[in-house]
Write a protein that binds this ligand. Structure first.
Ligand code: AMP
Length: 472
């Protein structure tokens, strides 16, 4: 997947146990982000990288992190302490990062652990007593653990903030600032974000110290590899069009995005009634149900996975060929994240959007952000009665963060109150676990949890409302 064929993994300063794990994984050349980030992180520098999922960024920070920690193995971690902290917005992403740590670190003797909400806290507290080398966490649960004195940061060497833009979108800024305030000053910082918006730069100011800035132009390169097209369709006929396309083209693995949890459930039922195998993942599903659905989708026993945006965040499936936007997202950047699910690691893919007349302004917003018109195709059997208006002329993006599209008339809400982001509310019986097992738990859904009270769009992996005892 590399654009820099002259760089080899062996050129980057990685130790043999890590190179062996990379070879086992079948990677031949480092991706651009890896080629740049790995030596910088090994040298101890702070790094600020604009790269989104799909660029190989996880290995870009995990490999050098493990290298540094294994070099300093003499430093034994004390009870409740952590040597490296990786903060990430969603449970799925946290689970996947910890899985990567396990894979890349399999020939090293380092201990890692993942913590997120929606599962019992006590097993996490117990496990933390031994201390861990690498802790992967979502912000809310980590604050909870900190407030219960289950985790201490006095031995922290490296702090990694992953998907920082997403963290801000999800309203985690206060939690992040509180956490940063309790970390030791002398530490290495890595910040990853899809974009360097003014908000991210402001956050970076208080975080990174003379960082190496890396940008791998992920969004454009992703967009280039994905064949994007749309078809105009009446809202009511969307399920029929989707079924038609899946059957007609014999699509074997399709990730479908809906705006709401209810929409995801309804569509899944429709597809099943049509004789297709489908499963839904969203915030009302227990962690166990989500993990199960994802596994079935990966092994091919379920062909269609219907997901809301946040639930789908971090899903990493090699060679995912087909993404369908059943509804357009309210936030244009979500479109970029969605289509980034396909064409991963240099593969090509196809992203189709089913667009009804009242989603026109959402389409305008998306086309503005991706700076291109999406090709329109007509499906003869489904010509809409309500015509979809024309695209607008593409104006150049302003510096900084791309503007958000206004909510469409029928989409209900604007960006500040993001209806489609589902509150991650599953409770359950799993525990904070060793990353190797990646036991993300199988819990029941709690009703009346706090997502309705929060302004945060989707409060992922946070469990109980964090106590606000950390003062800046
Ligand atoms: P990430 O951006 O970290 O989510 O990685 C996206 C995908 O690229 C994952 O499936 C990785 O396993 C894969 N990947 C990461 N690094 C490489 C590499 N150097 N060569 C091939 N695939 C890679």
């Amino acid at each position: 997947m590399s654009d820099t064929p002259t760089t080899k993994f062996t050129d980057l300063g990685l130790s043999e146990p890590l190179l062996k794990a990379v070879r086992d994984k079948g990677y031949e050349t480092p991706s651009p982000i890896q080629a740049q980030a790995i030596p910088a992180v090994i040298s101890g520098r702070d790094v600020m990288a604009a790269a989104q999922t799909g660029t190989g960024k996880t290995a870009g920070f995990t490999l050098p992190l493990l290298q540094r920690l294994s070099e300093n193995k003499g430093k034994k971690v004390s009870p409740n302490n952590v040597r490296a902290l990786i903060l990430t917005p969603t449970r799925e992403l946290a689970a996947q990062i910890s899985e990567s740590i396990e894979v890349y670190g399999k020939y090293l003797n380092l201990h890692s652990m993942v913590v997120f909400g929606g599962v019992k806290i006590n097993p996490q507290i117990t496990r933390l007593r031994q201390g861990v080398d690498v802790l992967v966490a979502t912000p809310g649960r980590l604050l909870d653990l900190y407030n219960q004195r289950a985790v201490k940061f006095s031995q922290l060497e490296v702090f990694i903030l992953d998907e920082a833009d997403r963290m801000l979108d999800m309203g985690f800024i206060r939690d992040i600032k509180k956490l940063i305030a309790v970390l030791p000053r002398d530490r290495q910082n890595l910040l990853f974000s899809a974009t360097f918006s003014p908000e991210i730069r402001a956050l970076a100011k208080g975080l990174v110290n003379k960082p190496l800035e890396i940008s791998v132009d992920a969004e454009n390169s992703t967009a280039e590899k994905v064949t994007q097209w749309l078809t105009a369709v009446d809202k009511k006929r969307k399920p029929a069009v989707l079924t038609h396309l899946i059957k007609e083209n014999n699509w074997q693995q399709v990730l479908v995005f809906t705006k709401t949890k209810h929409g995801a459930n309804k569509l899944t039922k429709h597809l099943e009634a049509e004789g297709l195998t489908a499963a839904a993942i969203h915030g009302n599903k227990s962690q166990g149900a989500r993990t199960k659905a994802l596994a079935a989708f990966k092994d091919g026993s379920v062909k269609i996975l219907v997901a809301t945006d946040i639930a789908a965040r971090g899903i990493d499936i090699d060679l995912l060929p087909q993404v369908v936007n059943f509804d357009l997202p309210n936030v244009p950047e979500d479109y970029v994240h969605r289509i980034g699910r396909t064409a991963r690691a240099g593969n090509t893919g196809q992203a189709l959007s089913l667009v009804c007349a009242d989603e026109l302004d959402l389409l305008w917003g998306i086309e503005h952000v991706i700076q291109q018109h999406i090709e329109r195709k007509v499906i003869d059997k489904f010509i809409p009665a309500n015509e979809l208006g024309e695209s607008r002329e593409i104006k150049p993006l302003k510096q900084g963060r791309p503007p958000k599209s206004k909510p469409s008339q029928n989409s209900g809400r604007g960006r500040g109150r993001v209806e489609h982001k589902d509150g991650q509310r599953s409770g359950g019986n799993a525990n904070g676990n060793n990353t190797g097992r990646n036991n993300t738990g199988g819990g029941k859904t709690k009703s009346g949890n706090d997502s309705s009270r929060r302004k945060k769009p989707e409060y992922d992996g946070t469990g109980p409302k964090p106590r606000r005892s950390i003062q800046k």
